[in-house]
Every structure is written in structure tokens, then in C-alpha cells.
Ligand binder design. Structure first.
Ligand SMILES: *Cc1c(COP(=O)(O)O)cnc(C)c1O
Length: 386
């Protein structure tokens, strides 16, 4: 059996042609494709503004900076996420803390968030920004989180790296109804890809302008922003920005991929439904679906349940030995050595740890064939039941 990864891109001839067209054009970077890609995603999501960058990590960084995150501030995110959701706050010199998850959705627990906010208020350590992560593509309880944001005055950045193409309360994730900024990732394992790439969406003209500046060195020739003009060549640097630009080549791929986004997510749903059926009698917990959201299904994480006599490690290794690229999403971020050195202790988020101890992400991607999916299931069955 050829290697079956846990996730991978799906590239069509149309995608290839779109990139080749840009190679033959006048613009390799910051040309019309960047604007068109930004517009395609903003239109799809129903957000007013979008800023395309070279990764979701960069998008998280400039989102934090645009919201004013600085030394002395606190930023909170889910314990069950990729390190980038927390690193962005450290880049700004802020302190990070982690919120525990629900054991059904594996998203941040609103109850845990509320309790933590009550304590933080007493200690005068309320967060400036909370970054909910739509784990595996399923939205967090954004309505409840927004209510807490209004009460405790924090900003919200949705880390929707897993979630483009998903919906919450029948609206596309990315519309920013319950947040200040939403970010997406276009890494090849995610739902749509640009190779590397990310985007920040917002309904605030001010935040959008700030993020556009930060993406390109903080330099502008916009007459509304510069203090004077010494001539037609004149520009000013008014922020300490970065080179976080994405290329036209990448955006052409992104535009082409967006045409198939709904198809991609539908196929993921089809495969997930098949997994649900095929795994129904096994000692595993399949992903929970919350009724208020339509998941983009970036991942299909299962948990070994209490009836399972096998160790997660043995099951995982059997799958890997059969050339199946299963993975674990995620090691709680604060358990990574860099974060341990910041003083985080084991047991900080018990649910995230309990989930981590039993989790395995099975392969799920658009081009996964039914045959290969059945192969994965058969190996899983034999490893659980042997
Ligand atoms: C992939 C991912 C990121 C980072 O995305 P890049 O585009 O690779 O920078 C951030 N947060 C989460 C939850 C992710 O899964």
C-alpha cells in the first residue's frame, strides 16, 4: 500500500494552468491575483476586508499587533491547538495562557473560560485578546464567547486555520460576526491550499489598514496616511512592519482552489460519514457534531474509549507500520518544552491532556479513495482487536 498521509492537497489541471498563467504574466508578487484572492475569500465568507499573507502564523502575528497586543498584555488561546496560536502573542511580548477544552467538541470550554475570567478580573490580569480555535473545522461556541468579550472587554481573533468552508449558525466561518479578526491557513494539509499562505479577515477598516501596513514593512504612499509628500516617489514608514507578503503565484492557486471549496468539504463529509459508520462498533469515540455548526472537517480525530484494552501508542504504531500517516492533534501547547520553560505545569488543562492521551487523527482529505479509507479502517480494526 502506498503511503496514506493524514491530510494532503488536491491539485487539478486547472490549478496548474492558473499558476502557469501567472508565471507568464507581468506580476509574480503583489499583483492582481493577490487582490482577486482576497476578494474571493471575503466574498465567500461575507467579510468586508481581507489581507492575504504568507502564512496563518503571519496572519496571527499581525492580527495581534493590529489589536495592540504588547508587553504587559495577556492573550489566551485553546490548550488544544498548534503552537502558532500561542506563539503570536509571545512575538508581541505579551504573556500567554491556555483555556481547557470540552471533551465533546475538543474546542475551548466556555465554562472554563468564564471561570478563568472571573479569577483574572480579581487579579487584574484580564486578557486583551482571546483566540478561540475552531478545532478540526468545527466552530467554537462563538455567541457565548462574544458575550463574555462584551462583559470583560477583550478582543477575539478566531483561529479558523481548520475551518474555511465551515459554517456557524448558518453563516460562513470568516464573516467575523462574533469576532474582530478571523484567520485562515492555506498550508497543504488544510482545506484549500496556496502552498504556504494565510489570510486575516475583518469588518473593521481600521484593523484592515493596519494589517496591510504590517504585512509590508509598515511602508505606505497612501496620501491619507503619510504626513507630507516630497514628490511622486515619496513614501513613509509609519509602523515597524514585516515582509509577510504572499505571491501572485500562490494566490492564483488559491483562487482556483476556492472554486472547489464546497466540493472539498462535501467529500470530507462523505468520508467522515463512512468512518462514523465503519467505526460504530469499535471501542473508539468518533467526532461529535454540534448542531449549531457545519464543520469543514479538516481532521477526523478519534479517541480510544474506556473499553479499549489497547494502548494508544500500540494502535498508533500499528497504523504507521501499515504505511498510514496517522497523527495526533494536539500535544497541549503548554506541554511543549519551550512553554514548560515559561512555567506551565502538567495538569494545567486536564481535559486537553485526557484527550491528548487517547487521540489519533485518521487520514481525511478530498482525494482519499473509499478503498484506501477501508484499508485504514481494516488496519485499525485489527490493531484494536488482535
Ligand atoms: C496550521 C495551523 C496554523 C498555522 O498555519 P500556517 O499557515 O502553517 O502558518 C495555526 N493555527 C492552527 C490551529 C493550525 O492548524
Amino acid at each position: 500500500m502506498k503511503y496514506i498521509p493524514y491530510g494532503r492537497q488536491s491539485i487539478s489541471q486547472e490549478d496548474i494552468d492558473a499558476v502557469v498563467d501567472v508565471l507568464k504574466s507581468d506580476w509574480l508578487t503583489t499583483g492582481p491575483s493577490v487582490k482577486n484572492f482576497e476578494k474571493a475569500i471575503a466574498d465567500y465568507c461575507g467579510a468586508q476586508f481581507s489581507v492575504a499573507v504568507n502564512s496563518a502564523t503571519s496572519a496571527l502575528h499581525i492580527a495581534c499587533l493590529a489589536l495592540g497586543v504588547a508587553p504587559g498584555d495577556y492573550v489566551w488561546t485553546s490548550a488544544n491547538t498548534f503552537a502558532a496560536s500561542a506563539n503570536c502573542a509571545l512575538y508581541c511580548g505579551a504573556q500567554v495562557d491556555f483555556i481547557d477544552i470540552n471533551l465533546d467538541t475538543y474546542n475551548i470550554s466556555v465554562m472554563a473560560l468564564e471561570e478563568k475570567l472571573e479569577v483574572a478580573e480579581k487579579e487584574d490580569k484580564l486578557p486583551k485578546v482571546v483566540i478561540p480555535v475552531h478545532f478540526a473545522g468545527q466552530s467554537c461556541d462563538m455567541r457565548a464567547i462574544k458575550k463574555l468579550a462584551d462583559k470583560y472587554h477583550f478582543y477575539i481573533i478566531e483561529d479558523a486555520s481548520h475551518a474555511i468552508g465551515g459554517k456557524y449558525l448558518d453563516k460562513p466561518i470568516g464573516c467575523c460576526e462574533f469576532s474582530d479578526i478571523t484567520i485562515f491557513s492555506f498550508h497543504p494539509v488544510k482545506i484549500v491550499t496556496t502552498g504556504e499562505g494565510g489570510m486575516a479577515l475583518t469588518n473593521s477598516a481600521k484593523l484592515s489598514q493596519k494589517m496591510q501596513l504590517l504585512r509590508a514593512h509598515g511602508i505606505t504612499d497612501n496620501k491619507n496616511l503619510i504626513s507630507q509628500s516630497e514628490g511622486p516617489w515619496y513614501y513613509e514608514q509609519i509602523e515597524l512592519g514585516f515582509n509577510y507578503r504572499i505571491t501572485d503565484l500562490q494566490c492564483a492557486l488559491g483562487i482556483s482552489q476556492m472554486k472547489r471549496l464546497d466540493q472539498f468539504v462535501e467529500r470530507r463529509h462523505e468520508l467522515a460519514a463512512q468512518y462514523n459508520m465503519l467505526l460504530a462498533d469499535l471501542p473508539v469515540i468518533t467526532p461529535y457534531r454540534s448542531s449549531d455548526s457545519y464543520s469543514a472537517l479538516h481532521l477526523y480525530p478519534i479517541m480510544l474509549d474506556e473499553n479499549c484494552s489497547k494502548a494508544r501508542r500500540d494502535v498508533f504504531e500499528s497504523l504507521r507500520a501499515a504505511n498510514i500517516g496517522v497523527n495526533v492533534h494536539y500535544i497541549p501547547v503548554y506541554r511543549l518544552p519551550y512553554y514548560q520553560c515559561l512555567g506551565f505545569q502538567q495538569g494545567h488543562c486536564p481535559n486537553a491532556e485526557a484527550y491528548y492521551d487517547k487521540a489519533i487523527s485518521l487520514p481525511l482529505y478530498t482525494s482519499l479513495s473509499d478503498t484506501n479509507q477501508k484499508y485504514v479502517v481494516n488496519i485499525l480494526i485489527s490493531s484494536l482487536c488482535s
